[in-house]
Design a protein around this ligand. Structure first.
Ligand code: PEP
Ligand code: MG
Length: 590
């Protein structure tokens, strides 16, 4: 086993997600379940319960497969050890005594699946108790681990408030969902490292928004660390150091101080405009998930909100926020922006963003990223969409807003959504409820290749475009943005991606509608000359990125960027594109 002897320094590599250095005690998130529900089933509910169990077992099997895949990157001895263990876990999910017992309890005792699992684990553990054989003792532990994995997958809401975590801890976990990540308080938590998770998934995005130094996709971290171990998370380089030597600790402390100094220097740019060396203005706005982030927007120097991911209001709760609650949340952000626009995106639930309040039936799909996600769900649930439009329109009475639709792939979706928005506006006006006047612009995300390819047509009906490069790259290259196994293939500089960005930008410029980029590409100073060179004049990214983006724009000669973008579009592959881009950036470095 790769359990550390708690004094030896170990360096592990993963995906650097959010830059910065965190140094603190490790806090291992034990995948536990605080309370397991127990209830009896009606006779006609047994079949559904067995199907629910089957779904959770299939999910558990998939997780174990991914962990096995991941552990193969470890040194051979450790890989073998973990491999055996996970293989044993996987086989217990087959026709084992555990599974037979659970199935029998559901069918015969007619109790819910979670309760059946817990009861069966207990019986097996009791039958092993008293045997002194250490092999058998460890088998009993495995039965419990596998059983609790199934229970976790049966209970789809695991509210981990992390409130009991000691101040300044570094969170280590097998995996954190975007909803769990949204609960991390950067004032209490120093950093984050997990075994699973890709660089552009919503867990990564949330970690960046919180400004938490983060490394995802690190094999062996959970097995190697103990709660309380000293740990360094180097989010820029994608390195985690466990039990660092005094020399390494001192070097990292020094670097952390230097980074802090750089950040403070950049803060001075806050009040300066984002104008290039040759006088071109680029509007910088912020992406946020929660109303509590609104203060960070102002602090960062962004000119309003370019993307509010409203789906985060629907997470970590069992009920849906109604119109009034949403109105209060949007209004708080609009008021905080004091006249700067707020772009409110309608629900983008689905894919890797699940909200238990919808129940998992809505998302039971083998391909959730291609399933009932975003605008598709809104159009299927008109009441949900109308409540959201009503809340948004009402918040627009307090300051400028824009409404944005995610995952549009056809004109019809925009037409239907606009018709719904107009109906809601008429109803509110009839009732004398104050709403945005004139009605706010209704724009769309361009994040599905079909939308980029038909951008000309969409531009005739949309009031603005915002390119969501995270999904556009995922769908163009067929790379799951949350899967660390294919993260190395996730390539913003692929010629196909750039061609789609260029087509979209051209269509918007020709139709004279505003065009923004709000995917993660917008927040990376390396890509800014390319996006601006292609004609984009509005960029939106998480607040901590804004000062770095502004610095890049203030050093940029847009005329040069335009010529370089033209040359880049003629390249056959991303290697030559990267070379042209990096040369350009190096030539402008101060
Ligand atoms: C995107 O896809 O680029 C985007 C901004 O939306 P999200 O990351 O919420 O899917
Ligand atoms: Mg998206």
């Amino acid at each position: 086993m790769v359990r550390s002897d708690s004094t030896r320094e170990i360096s592990l590599h993963g995906l650097g997600i959010a830059p910065g250095i965190a140094i603190g005690p490790a806090y291992l998130v034990k995948p536990g379940v605080e309370s397991v529900p127990y209830y009896n089933l009606m006779p006609d509910a047994v079949a559904d319960e067995l199907a629910r169990l089957e779904g959770a077992v299939a999910k558990s099997r998939k997780q174990i497969d991914r962990l096995r895949e991941k552990s193969s990157a470890l040194p051979q001895a450790a890989a073998e050890e973990i491999g055996f263990l996970l293989e044993a876990h996987a086989s217990m999910l087959g026709g084992s005594r555990l599974m037979r017992g659970i199935t029998r309890r559901i069918s015969e005792e007619r109790i819910n699946a979670e309760a059946a699992v817990v009861a069966e684990i207990q019986v097996i553990a009791d039958s092993f108790a008293g045997l002194e054989d250490s092999y058998i003792a460890s088998r009993a532990k495995d039965v419990r681990e596998v059983g609790m994995r199934v229970v976790r997958n049966l209970i789809d809401y695991t509210y981990k408030a992390f409130s009991g975590v000691p101040l300044g801890s570094v969170i280590l976990a097998e995996e954190l969902t975007p909803a769990d990540t949204a609960l991390l308080d950067p004032a209490r938590i120093a950093g984050l490292a997990t075994v699973l998770g890709g660089a552009e998934g919503h867990t990564a995005i949330m970690a960046r928004a919180l400004g938490l130094p983060t490394v995802l996709g690190i094999a062996g971290i959970v097995e190697s660390a103990h709660t309380g171990d000293t740990i360094i998370v180097d989010g820029g380089r994608g390195i985690v150091v466990l039990n660092p030597s005094p020399e390494k600790l001192a070097a990292y402390r020094e670097e952390a101080v230097a980074l802090d100094k750089e950040r403070r220097t950049l803060k001075r740019l806050r009040k300066l405009p984002a104008i290039s060396r040759d006088g071109v203005t680029v509007t910088l706005r912020a992406n946020i998930e929660l109303p509590s982030e609104a203060a960070n927007v102002i602090d960062s120097g962004a000119e309003g909100v370019g993307l509010l991911r409203t789906e985060f209001l629907f997470m970590n709760r069992r009920d849906l926020p109604g119109e009034d609650e949403q109105y209060q949340a949007y209004r708080a952000i609009v008021e905080k922006m004091a006249g700067m626009p707020v772009t409110l995106r309608t629900l983008d639930v689905g894919g890797d963003k699940l909200a238990p309040a919808f129940g998992h039936e809505s998302f039971s799909s083998d391909n959730p990223a291609l399933g009932l996600r975003a605008i598709r769900l809104s159009l299927k649930e008109p009441k949900l969409m109308e409540a959201q439009f009503a809340a948004m329109l009402r918040s627009g009475a307090h300051g400028p807003i824009r409404i944005m639709l995610p995952m549009i792939s056809r004109l019809e979706e925009l037409r239907l959504a606009r018709a719904s928005l107009m109906r809601v506006a008429r109803r509110l006006k009839r009732k004398g409820v104050p709403i945005a006047d004139p009605l706010p612009p209704l724009g769309i995300m361009i994040e599905v290749p079909a939308a980029a390819l038909s951008a000309e047509g969409l531009a005739t009906q949309a009031d603005f475009f915002s390119i969501g490069t995270n999904d556009l790259i995922q769908y163009t290259l067929a790379i799951d943005r949350s899967d660390e196994q294919v993260a190395h293939l996730y390539d913003p500089l692929h010629p196909a991606v750039l061609r789609l960005i260029q087509m979209t930008t051209q269509a918007a410029l020709t139709a004279r509608i505003p065009i923004a980029v709000c995917g993660e590409m917008a927040g990376d100073p390396r890509f800014i000359p390319l996006l601006v060179g292609l004609g984009v004049r509005e960029l939106s990214a998480s607040p901590p990125k804004i000062p770095f983006m502004k610095r890049r724009i203030r050093n940029l000669a847009v005329s040069g960027a335009v010529a370089r973008a033209r040359a880049i579009l003629e390249q056959p592959d991303s290697a030559s594109i990267a070379q042209l881009l990096d040369e350009f950036n190096a030539g402008e470095a101060d």
